[in-house]
Design a protein around this ligand. Structure first.
Ligand SMILES: [Zn+2]
Ligand SMILES: [Zn+2]
Length: 281
């Protein structure tokens, strides 16, 4: 497992650093707040290294104290410093600065492609591993494409799909993710509850570990999502967790025709209806 792997359930073996921190707890070492576990020092260090993500992931695996500081302070600062526009939009009108699942989950969602497990519409033999992404673009216009018409008052940001080649496959796999603003009060959540959609039994959100709804099972996948992604009609699946994180996968058609699209449905979200893959990973 690489040292920067973003895994909440990681059970990393005790390192020397971990042992040092534990000694610190029992009084053999200097005060816990001194040196590297001091928040102000950590903030200065991370400012200097421009909020380097692998380093932040590594910090969280050293010991419990550093993990606590990173989750309480550093992930929030990373999000604010590296994605100020989307964070500003997500916090707009919010009375507190907490997000469902916490800053760590949000930071992970912004900068980490979670890979893909097989789903009913995405039949792949081997799971695709996740990876940190260097650059990413989230768009609320794209997010609108993933909402049914009655829920388009919601604000949802979704990124451009991360493209993964499948060995021997005709089409590439597109992996996408997104986040709602104020999901608890969103129309999408209300709709899921009104329809009495059941949470998936065995699937958990890769970003916060919470339970998820399948939007395909809920019959809440609009055609605009297919059009936006340039996918097959039954070639995509996405899920929304109870904290308002969205993630999913689709088969990206190398070349498709606008003639497949229903002109009466979602005509205002026509981008991406014809595309060639420009693989980035
Ligand atoms: Zn990816
Ligand atoms: Zn989540």
């Amino acid at each position: 497992m690489p040292p920067y792997q973003m895994n909440d359930n990681n059970t990393t073996k005790r390192s020397k650093s971990s042992l040092l921190c534990e000694k610190s707890d029992s009084g053999f070492m200097p005060e816990p707040e001194s040196g590297i576990v001091n928040e102000k020092i950590l903030l200065l260090v991370f400012e200097f290294i421009k909020w380097d993500l692998p380093t932040l992931c590594t910090i969280g695996q050293v010991c419990r104290k550093l993990r606590a500081v990173s989750q309480r302070v550093l992930w929030r600062e990373l999000c604010i410093n590296r994605a100020p526009t989307i964070i500003g939009a997500l916090m707009h009108g919010s009375h507190n600065s907490q997000f469902g699942g916490g800053w760590h989950s949000l930071g992970k969602l912004l900068f980490y492609c979670c890979g893909c497990q097989p789903t009913p519409n995405i039949q792949i033999q081997d799971p695709k591993p996740g990876h940190i992404v260097k650059a990413v673009r989230f768009s609320k216009t794209s997010g609108q494409s993933f909402l049914i018409k009655s829920c388009r008052e919601d604000l949802l940001y979704v990124n451009d799909p991360c493209e993964h080649a499948i060995k021997g496959g005709e089409d590439d796999l597109g992996l996408f993710r997104g986040v709602f603003r104020g999901f608890f009060r969103s129309k999408t959540r209300a709709c899921l509850i009104n329809r009495q959609v059941k949470l998936e039994e065995r699937v958990r959100c890769p970003y916060c570990g919470a339970r998820v709804w399948s939007m395909a099972s809920a019959k809440m996948v609009p055609k605009s999502a297919v059009v936006r992604l340039g996918s097959h009609k039954d070639g995509l699946d996405y899920f929304v967790c109870i904290n308002g994180h969205l993630y999913g996968a689709c088969w990206l058609v190398r070349l498709s025709s606008d003639g497949d699209d229903d002109p009466h449905d979602d005509h205002d979200f026509g981008q991406g209806s014809a595309r060639y893959s420009t693989r980035t990973s």
